[in-house]
Design a protein around this ligand. Structure first.
Ligand code: TIU
Length: 225
């Protein structure tokens, strides 16, 4: 496989053409706070086991992508320890038993530097892979993601991670408005609510791909060999 060549894979609503060397794999918020018991996801009343099916396919895709020396970036949702970047509305929303910044079993919830804020060990970033710390749901707002992508000449993004209808969808919409093509992988994204996963993907690929494309990691793995 020559990563500087163009490849076309099956996707919805129509085939996705990409040059792997010019494309980034963006793994959204695969953090302990969302995927493990005792974190933010669970404090919102969610069943974290729903997200865990995305771990194995992300691991497999990440290994294959790295094996070709291709570009990877990771995001994490979280806030400053002093909470000065946390909108009061976001803190109070959900009215959970524990709020962002409160102490939970994995440290202070969604606070940078705490155990729960870390990316799950199965998908730990390598030192050369940028990690974008974001205070919002979208990975572009209040971050340097757009600058990094522009400086690297990237205009296509393969998006995986959690959750489909929240941070994945918000990030894809932000990317779309900035001129990027996004390919979202159905098996590598997940929601606490299966029906919202389906709806989240449907919204991306509707109307001729209004926000992007949807496909499966098998299609990328077939290209990578
Ligand atoms: N609650 C929920 O579904 N998601 C989030 O709060 N953040 C992300 O999606 N990462």
């Amino acid at each position: 496989m020559d990563p500087t060549h163009s490849f076309t894979i099956d996707a919805e609503p129509y085939p996705f053409e990409f040059v792997p060397a010019k494309c980034i794999l963006l793994i959204v918020d695969m953090q302990r706070d969302f995927l493990e018991p005792g974190g933010f996801g669970e404090t919102l009343g969610n069943d974290v086991s729903q997200l865990r099916r995305t771990i194995a396919p992300n691991q497999k895709l990440l290994a294959a992508w790295r094996a070709h020396g291709l570009q990877v970036m990771h995001t994490r949702e979280g806030h400053r320890a002093d909470l000065m970047d946390l909108p009061p509305a976001k803190r109070m929303r959900g009215r959970g038993t524990r709020l962002i910044g409160d102490l939970g079993p994995m440290g202070r919830i969604l606070i940078r530097g705490e155990a729960g804020h870390e990316i799950i060990p199965q998908l730990s970033p390598l030192p050369a892979e940028p990690v974008i710390d974001k205070p919002g749901k979208g990975a572009f707002w209040a971050t340097d993601l757009h600058a990094i992508l522009q400086n690297r000449g990237i205009r296509q993004i393969i998006v995986t991670g959690v959750t489909t209808e929240v941070c994945v969808n918000t990030t894809v919409r932000e990317a779309n408005d900035r001129g990027y093509d996004c390919l979202v992988l159905s098996d590598c994204t997940g929601s606490y609510f299966p029906e919202l996963h389906t709806a989240g993907l449907a919204m991306i690929k509707a109307q001729g791909g209004i926000f992007g494309w949807v496909s499966h990691s098998d299609k990328i793995l077939a290209v990578l060999g």
